[in-house]
Design a protein around this ligand. Structure first.
Ligand code: MF3
Ligand code: CO
Ligand code: CO
Length: 262
């Protein structure tokens, strides 16, 4: 196995980008309350990213091309049955019982940090609470599978096994990704698979794991805005994401929050 060349400078840059991305999620928590619009959450995050931590919000104007407009906002806000890539809007106020994934990607000195978490408002249903918890466990089980010499299939297998044991389903159309100076790089990190299969994980790699788990069937539909992915059966979906560095003895969670211990 050949270790991927990553310089100390690159590692330091990714550590800083990851830490700053995590700080946005830590900052926004107190604002995620009933009555707030996702547009307001976007504005607060945008101002913080640009003015407080001196970063670029990577989603803003990202992508686009044939048949798709660029993403128009600075964060993704995915509420209830939205799987991912929800667009912040002033038409949507959060209410008691809602769940929302906030996905933040910042660029600092050219390096990307990408992370998301679920916020639950007031008292959500037992199902939504269990879905959010199990999806976080899926992320953590995926992270535990990361070390040099393990395979990408080991990650996907750990996630799929846990989700399906709970009668939940794993979204196939979106996956984790290599990340660094490029936002979405190779390899694709799929959240299903077989242990021992797929590419071997190498020291110095940086990639995300970001399982999207549905309470019902895995099928999705993209709304006419070209971005918002929703469950076809309108049952709830959850997602959690971290940016990782593969180290000699396993993994460093670059987007770790204070509330987490790895
Ligand atoms: N942050 C998402 C990810 O985890 C990507 C968002 S792309 C956007 O890869 F354009 F929708 F913002
Ligand atoms: Co990502
Ligand atoms: Co993300």
């Amino acid at each position: 196995m050949v270790a991927k060349a990553i310089s100390e400078q690159d590692i330091a840059g990714m550590r800083e980008a990851g830490r700053l991305a995590a700080s946005v999620l830590e900052m926004i928590g107190e604002h995620v309350v009933p009555g707030v619009t996702t547009e307001t959450l976007d504005q607060i995050c945008h101002d913080f990213i640009v003015n407080e931590i001196d970063c670029i919000p990577a989603p803003l104007n990202y992508g686009g091309g044939p048949g798709q407009a660029p993403f128009p906002k600075s964060i993704c806000t995915s509420v209830n049955h939205v799987i991912c890539h929800g667009i912040p809007t002033d038409k949507k106020s959060l209410k008691n019982g809602d769940s929302i994934n906030i996905d933040v990607t910042v660029i600092k000195n050219g390096y990307h940090g990408d992370t998301s978490k679920m916020f639950l408002l007031g008292k959500p249903s037992v199902l939504v609470e269990r879905l959010a918890r199990v999806t976080q466990e899926c992320l953590y089980l995926g992270i535990e599978a990361v070390k040099p010499g393990a395979t990408l299939g080991d990650i996907g297998h750990a996630i799929q096994k846990h989700a399906e044991a709970q009668n939940f389903s794993v979204v196939r159309e979106f996956c984790g990704h290599g990340i660094g100076k490029v936002f979405h790089d190779d390899p694709q990190i799929v959240h299903y698979g077989k242990a021992g299969k797929g590419d071997v994980i190498e020291l110095g790699q940086t990639f995300t794991i970001e399982p999207m788990i549905n309470a019902g069937k895995r099928d999705l539909r993209i709304l006419p805005d070209g971005w918002t992915a929703v469950t076809k059966d309108h049952k709830p979906s959850a997602q959690w994401e971290h940016t990782l560095l593969v180290t000699a003895d396993g993994v460093e969670v670059l987007t770790k929050r204070t509330e987490e211990s790895f």
